[in-house]
Design a protein around this ligand. Structure first.
Ligand SMILES: NC(=O)c1ccc[n+]([C@@H]2O[C@H](COP(=O)([O-])OP(=O)(O)OC[C@H]3O[C@@H](n4cnc5c(N)ncnc54)[C@H](O)[C@@H]3O)[C@@H](O)[C@H]2O)c1
Ligand SMILES: [Zn+2]
Length: 364
């Protein structure tokens, strides 16, 4: 088992990564002083429940825990105030108190939702993350928890750090192939922003990663979580540096919004966005090889690197400007300045951005 620490003073916590380690959950809870006196709430979604809930519940009960479970529908729609209220009802009916804990087993949706249940129930109880997607290496570390509002994603939330993160690479074996590729997109992003060597390793190990080789996965998650942990410990509440984690997200979020959140997976939209950011980098005078390399590696992972041609350029530009009336001006972008290095550039011309959007649609 590998272990690393998210260094946040008194809110520091470990990330455990290894194959099969979910079977030791009860002992790990006990090590973290989450005792058996108060009931605990396990939150998951229907897909994950099918594979892992019975096993986890049995092993917790064998360890003496009283376990309440809440299984939500898979997908972004479960990150809602209505579902949050249902979770609070389950917690109240099960008698959770201030010494209880909430355990999230699932991808980013379950982690964000369950984390916000923990952050808000009785003004905050303890929380444990058991990520079961590759993308959740990002969402399970750093303490951002939230549900969505009808008008905007993630706007009802909190910073609430977990007690620990337990990443069992064996649980990733049941992921659909498209989710694997989308998760790897966000994982290689950690290399693009911070660690050239990791990008090179990724490039050399794409086959193993796509085949879910557990040693390769454990290494990649260890490095990826490490980058996230380092960035978060330098900027817990996103005052500045933490923004670099959003490489590819400016264009990516706009594509998700315009395509209606059901055409592209998050990691797929980010892949296209990372190519766009690298193309903008070239416009800003950096070497063209950054875009070439970025695109080559993302293609190798089987990720999309072009904007679906039916998405409207004006609609994408409006989404990028957060404004229905598209105004020309400058925009803030995370720009790669080399493979493994980025800068926050607040002086990117929207005319260039439009040019890149058109190029990504194959129109220029
Ligand atoms: N809090 C943060 O810092 C942060 C960062 C990045 C993303 N997020 C959030 O994360 C969410 C996306 O996360 P995600 O990509 O993990 O999506 P997800 O939680 O929807 O999971 C993707 C799909 O895989 C299924 N699944 C999960 N684990 C599985 C397994 N082991 N086997 C089989 N199927 C499994 C799920 O049921 C779902 O259908 C978004 O809501 C996003 O806002 C949060
Ligand atoms: Zn993301």
């Amino acid at each position: 088992m590998k272990q690393l620490t998210v260094d946040l003073g008194e809110r520091s916590y470990p990330i455990y990564i290894g194959e099969g380690i979910i079977s030791g959950l009860a002992a790990t809870l006990a090590n973290h002083k989450i005792g058996t006196k108060s009931p605990i709430l396990v939150v998951t979604d229907e897909n994950v429940a099918k594979f892992y809930l019975a096993q986890v519940k049995d092993s917790l009960e064998a360890g003496g825990y009283r376990v309440a479970t809440a299984v939500v529908a898979p997908g972004e729609k479960s990150k809602s105030l209505a579902v949050l209220e249902d979770m609070i009802t389950v917690a109240l009916e099960a008698g959770l108190d201030r010494s209880s804990a909430v355990i999230a087993i699932g991808g980013g949706v379950v982690g964000d939702l369950a984390g916000f249940v923990a952050a808000s129930y009785m003004r905050g109880i303890r929380f444990v993350q058991i990520p079961t997607t590759i993308l959740a290496h990002d969402s399970s570390v750093g303490g951002k928890v939230a549900v969505n509002h009808r008008l905007a994603k993630n706007v009802i939330g909190a910073f609430h750090q977990p007690e620990f993160v337990l990443y069992d690479t064996a649980t990733l074996k049941t992921l659909p192939e498209r989710e694997i590729r989308a998760g790897l997109s966000e994982l290689v992003k950690e290399g693009f922003i911070w660690d050239r060597e990791f990008v090179e390793w990724f490039d050399a190990n794409t086959d193993k990663l796509l085949a879910l080789d557990s040693e390769a996965l454990a290494h990649a998650l260890y490095i990826g979580c490490g980058v996230k942990a380092t960035v978060v410990s330098q900027d817990e509440r996103e005052g500045g540096l933490r923004a670099i984690l959003n490489l590819g997200h400016t264009i990516g979020h706009a594509l998700e919004a315009v395509s209606g959140y059901d055409e592209l997976l998050h990691g797929e939209a980010i892949a296209i966005g990372m190519v766009g950011a690298a193309m903008l980098s070239e416009k800003l005078g950096n070497p063209g090889s950054i875009a070439v390399e970025t695109e080559r590696i993302l293609r190798k992972l089987g990720l999309p690197v072009r904007i679906p041609s039916h998405l409207d350029t004006d609609a994408i530009m409006s989404a990028l400007m957060h404004d229905k009336k598209f105004k020309e001006g400058t925009m803030v972008f995370i720009i790669p300045t080399a493979i493994g290095e980025v800068e926050i550039n607040s002086n990117v011309s929207s005319v260039w951005v439009r040019e890149i959007v058109e190029r990504l649609k194959g129109e220029a």
